[in-house]
Write a protein that binds this ligand. Structure first.
Ligand code: MG
Length: 368
């Protein structure tokens, strides 16, 4: 039996890599729908090759070779066994909720879903008995290590440290967009690469991990590991540490998430060799240089609408940085400023989540 899958964001970085994974497992998957953003040309090429029944593009025009459905309709289609949510930003939230409410498993590559609405999403997943399988390499690693979450003492999330790990604060202050986008280990979209440079990405991942695995913030630790070979680890109550190790390639967590609980050789290109890796280094994150990590922990602990405010302020500021309007450290200053004036809502509804998000974004734009 083939797994019936839809990919939201098939023209993006994760979506394209997911299709490369499926290329190696063509007899295992049937693609129900593909969706893209502005790049309809690439989407049409994918439709011609993978022949999904349905497609959607945000431009809504010129889709050839598949019936056009809305993202809502695609996510409510119970033909799907699993939906890979690989869009970036807040547009991932409603489709994820729709899939869950229709009892469809979700391979989640969208950070905002859990950062903005982790409590709501995880509760719905429990109610509808739906699996949320993380695609993010760190959470995928933890998912692979955990058998019984009640026996886990702490989660250890690794971070490569990004391009500024060995730079001074002064050097970071004058960083160019090109320098921020030159990630030493991972090839990813621009927004997430800037987040990796400020370590905000790790902060978002801490909040995601809290929701996915139900661990308290006191029991989630971040460690810098520049080689990105250990993708994350867990410590059990008896002191045993289980880590997931592998070469840094997003293909592997994507394949794990869409084939779970089975495993196939699929896209694996070479076998892992400890002797070739030779050494693994670890250090504590430099909090004075990467304030974002502390900010994220604080927002996570305060919960409610704080992570929504942080996420929205950060994303708008990152876009402004990519546009050359502000400097790298201004991103962090803007996030702090927005949080200072934030009016907390303890348990925001989905409507309120989007209201807060919009409000913070317009405030950041005014500030700029
Ligand atoms: Mg990650």
């Amino acid at each position: 039996m083939k797994t019936k899958i839809s990919i939201l964001g098939s023209t993006g970085s994760i979506g394209r890599q997911a299709l490369e994974v499926i290329d190696k497992l063509r007899d295992k998957f049937e693609i129900i729908a593909l969706t893209g953003g502005a790049n309809v040309e690439l989407l049409n090429k994918q439709i011609a090759k993978y022949k999904p029944k349905y497609a959607y593009a945000s431009s809504l025009k010129d889709i050839k070779g598949a019936d056009v459905l809305s993202i809502e309709e695609i996510c409510a289609n119970k033909e799907n066994d699993i939906i890979l949510v690989a869009v970036s930003g807040k547009i991932g939230l409603i489709p994820t909720i729709t899939a869950i409410k229709n009892g469809i498993n979700v391979a989640l590559a969208n950070k905002e879903t859990l950062v903005m609405a982790g409590d709501i999403v995880m509760e719905l997943a429990r109610q509808h008995k739906v699996d949320i399988i993380p695609v993010d390499s760190e959470h995928c690693a933890i998912h692979q290590c955990i058998k019984d979450v009640n026996q886990v003492e702490k989660l250890i999330i690794t971070a490569s440290g990004g391009p500024f790990l060995r730079k001074t604060i002064e050097e970071m202050k004058h960083a160019t967009v090109e320098e921020a986008l030159a990630h030493p280990r991972w090839d990813m979209g621009k927004k997430i690469t800037v987040d990796s440079a400020t370590l905000m990405n790790k902060g978002l991942e801490v909040i995601e991990a809290h929701h996915l695995f139900g661990m308290s913030y006191d029991d989630i630790e971040v460690v810098i590991h520049p080689q990105s070979i250990i993708h994350s680890a867990i410590e059990y109550v008896d002191g045993s540490v289980i880590a997931q190790i592998g070469l840094p390639s997003m293909h592997i967590p994507i394949q794990y998430a869409i084939t779970y609980p089975e495993r196939f050789s699929g896209i694996k290109s070479k076998s892992f060799s400890f002797s070739e890796i030779a050494r693994l280094d670890f250090e504590k994150p430099d909090i004075s240089k990467f304030r974002t990590l502390q900010i994220a922990y604080e927002c996570g602990r305060k919960a409610g609408s704080f992570p929504i405010c942080m996420n929205a302020a950060n994303e708008e500021a990152v876009f402004a940085f990519l546009d050359g309007k502000i400097k790298l450290f201004d991103i962090i200053n803007i996030v702090e400023k927005m949080l200072e004036s934030h009016k907390h809502i303890k348990t925001p509804t989905i409507e309120e989540i989007f209201e807060i998000d919009n409000e913070v974004r317009s405030k950041v734009k005014e500030l700029l």
